[in-house]
Design a protein around this ligand. Sequence first.
Ligand code: SAM
Ligand code: SF4
Length: 334
Amino acid sequence: MSEAQSPQLIDRFGRKINYLRISVTDRCDLRCVYCMSEDMTFMPRAKLLTLEEIARIAKQYVDLGVDKIRITGGEPLTRRNVMKLFNDLGAMEGLKDLTVTTNGTLLTKYAAELKSAGVTRINVSLDTLRADRFKEITRIGDIKKTLDGIDAAVAQGFKRIKLNAVIMKNHNDDEILDLVEYVRDRGIDISFIEEMPLGDTGQHDRDKSYCSSDEVLKRIEAQYSLLPSTETTGGPSRYYRTADSDSRIGFISPHSHNFCDDCNRVRITAEGRLLLCLGQEHSMDLRAIVRAHPTDDVVLRQSIIDSMQIKPKGHDFDVTAKPIIMRHMSVTGG
Ligand code: SAM
Ligand code: SF4
């Protein structure tokens, strides 16, 4: 079958790409210790892709077989007029799953609009249930906004809501079971994430705070019997269930369980850089391409197809080394 009849993005290792993550801003209303330094320099606004350019690029991906898009950042809900983008994406034929990753601070304002735009699933980042610790980890945050935001999302009845929790030794590893209880009480899911060495974030020492997924799993198993699940949400989480609840407990383990063999995704940064791997620098400047060809998508489409030739086999993360990737997660789009 010709490419035109069966459009697909397949890389040199035979991996089919059907998942696009788009960062719509590198800015954020929090400063999480594992993600940002205290005094970040953000991109000048003129360098960002416009919302129209983002939708235009996304449309090409959907036409080429991408059926899942996640909007992320920075904090995506802080981008001005971002609801217009959600509405445009929600109306795109062929897109089955439109999702957002957010710190939740603006969900009380936007949960209803996200639902009506067609957002199917929401991930909310929450590493602690304690107000003082939340302030410590996020440097400036007020936990009430995020907790209220989660309640607002639950009330909207999204297909799935999932918490993302980065577990760090001596910061929040004593709250693993409390977080499990919190999601079970609400019938939502959780993924525990191993911290990745992305960007220099200041005083935070990743080597000392590293907590493996196996260790998190062991602590949960001391309380609950976990059943491995074959379910996937199209991302890197490995899931378990407890017998008496609908909540799924997932693990994103870039260090201890490399997920690169099944990688099905690519990312676009807020300035329009296509990143073929979270942990490598292989990239393509899509902003230059859309601006050089403002009315014709042929070159854009072909560039997206050609980019499959530079998708690397996998990342080389090492928590004990200095970050080899100087990009912060907020720039890449987690
Ligand atoms: N601001 C939104 C939020 O916090 O959900 C979206 C962007 S944030 C960069 C996306 C996810 O990346 C969050 O779940 C966050 O916990 C995670 N993250 C940030 N830096 C990380 C790091 N160094 N290692 C692992 N996960 C990280
Ligand atoms: Fe902001 Fe999300 Fe990074 Fe925290 S993890 S600083 S909320 S972008």
